[in-house]
Design a protein around this ligand. Structure first.
Ligand code: F3S
Length: 403
């Protein structure tokens, strides 16, 4: 692989041992993918922040980096952990777990992580054509598919190494020819709902696996439902992009895209219902509800407030509303957050209950609008899931029966 003079110096250890280790790994991965060179990135996003998935080995590695005074060379964000300093009394996973989770967050912060959220695109909007090294699957799919930015779907450690070096390898979807879909999904009569969009995403991911897909018939879903769809697709599939007709900025003529399609699959609402009914981890009676997997946008918080105003009193069960930490000080939604709190909603900043051992706290069934949560919670939190649309979830939390 061709390296610039500076990259050679990094490689040879002139910028420190860990920079050398990091660039060597990026080069090795790049060479295995036939990358001819490295490219600068504008934003790195690291995953694997929860103590439950990082473990003691990961914590020790982060301590080593911090001891060597390693700092990130580009704007860097990271996924949430299980708890933060404000929520650890609420989710009491035990002294040891909490101590180590907080330590992980502090170590990342000391190296230059700006914020902990799984929606880095709500904090710094990706620009068309810019190169990123992101590790969170929903964020990768949204950056490529909605904003037209370019990021491969990196493993957590590789995104960390890219943050240390400020570069990634020039391969995969960084290259125009790496963004051509091979499989097409034609969607018919899709309802504008979180539940249907998410289930469709799970189906697309399961069928396309690592193949970039072309999705036709879904452009009338707004950003929020597409976000749910892409997050779900990234759970069951390992692709880094879905080209959404009418949404994704087009760099390649449609005629060329269609020439490369090897398979077309038609999905309608009947198929989505069958998929839902076959899900093995559904439950009926949630002890709590979760809105914000991935973390909520300002728009969903406003939609939530509008719905909540229709119900008197307070929620009868906990409703966890997950937000990026910055939103607390955002003037545009401060009032909305206060209103939601006054109605009994629990606002959680920069954390992820989905990767957390909720079953240890006695939870068995969680209600959510997120199909990504439906996919991960039974595996990672040990709970089952009730999938609901936003209005129905809020109504149920206020103990109001919908038909
Ligand atoms: Fe975010 Fe956790 Fe869901 S990181 S996307 S809330 S699984």
């Amino acid at each position: 692989m061709y390296l610039t003079k500076i990259e050679e110096k990094m490689y040879n250890g002139e910028y420190g041992e860990y920079v050398s280790k990091a660039i060597r790994i990026i080069v090795k991965v790049g060479e295995s993918l036939n990358a001819s060179r490295l490219i600068n990135i504008r934003h790195a996003h690291i995953s694997g922040v929860g103590y439950s998935n990082l473990g003691d080995a990961g914590l020790t590695f982060l301590k080593d980096l911090a001891r060597e005074n390693v700092k990130f060379r580009t704007y860097t964000t990271a996924n949430p952990g299980s708890v933060d300093i404000e929520s650890y009394n609420y989710f009491s996973y035990g002294e040891e777990f909490l101590k180590k989770q907080i330590e992980i967050l502090e170590l990342y912060r000391s190296m230059g992580v700006n914020t902990f959220t799984c929606t880095p695109y709500h904090i710094r909007t990706p620009r068309f054509g810019e190169h990123l090294a992101w590790a969170e699957s929903n964020a990768v799919l949204i950056a490529n598919s909605i904003y037209g930015a370019r990021t491969n779907r990196e493993a957590g450690p590789l995104a960390l190494f890219s943050a240390i070096v400020g570069k990634t390898y020039y391969s995969g979807v960084h290259i125009k020819s790496g963004r051509i879909p091979r499989i097409r999904f034609l969607v018919r009569d899709l309802k504008d709902s979180f539940v249907e969009a998410g289930l469709l995403g799970l189906m697309i991911g399961r069928i396309s696996r690592d193949k970039i897909a072309l999705l036709s018939g879904a452009s009338r879903l707004g950003f929020e439902r597409l976000k749910t769809l892409l997050a779900a697709a990234g759970s069951t599939g390992s692709m880094s992009m879905i080209l959404i007709e009418g949404v994704t900025p087009m760099e390649i003529p449609m005629s060329e895209i269609l020439e490369n399609i090897e398979d077309t699959i038609v999905i309608d609402r009947k198929d989505i219902k069958i998929y839902h009914d076959e899900e093995p981890f559904l439950c009926d009676d949630p002890e709590a509800y979760l809105i914000g997997c991935p973390h909520n946008s300002i728009e969903v918080l406003k939609e939530l407030r509008n719905i909540a105003t229709r119900f008197s009193g307070k929620t009868s069960k906990p409703v966890w509303v997950l937000i990026p930490p910055e939103y607390e000080s955002n003037q545009v939604i401060r009032d909305d957050l206060e209103f939601l709190r006054s109605k009994g909603f629990i606002i959680l900043k920069g954390i992820c209950p989905v990767i957390s051992p909720l079953s240890q706290l006695g939870f068995k069934c969680i209600g959510t609008i997120s199909s990504k949560a439906l996919f991960y919670m039974p595996k990672l939190s040990g709970v089952k899931v009730r999938l609901l649309d936003l209005y129905d979830l809020v109504a149920e939390a206020f103990n109001y029966k919908t038909s």
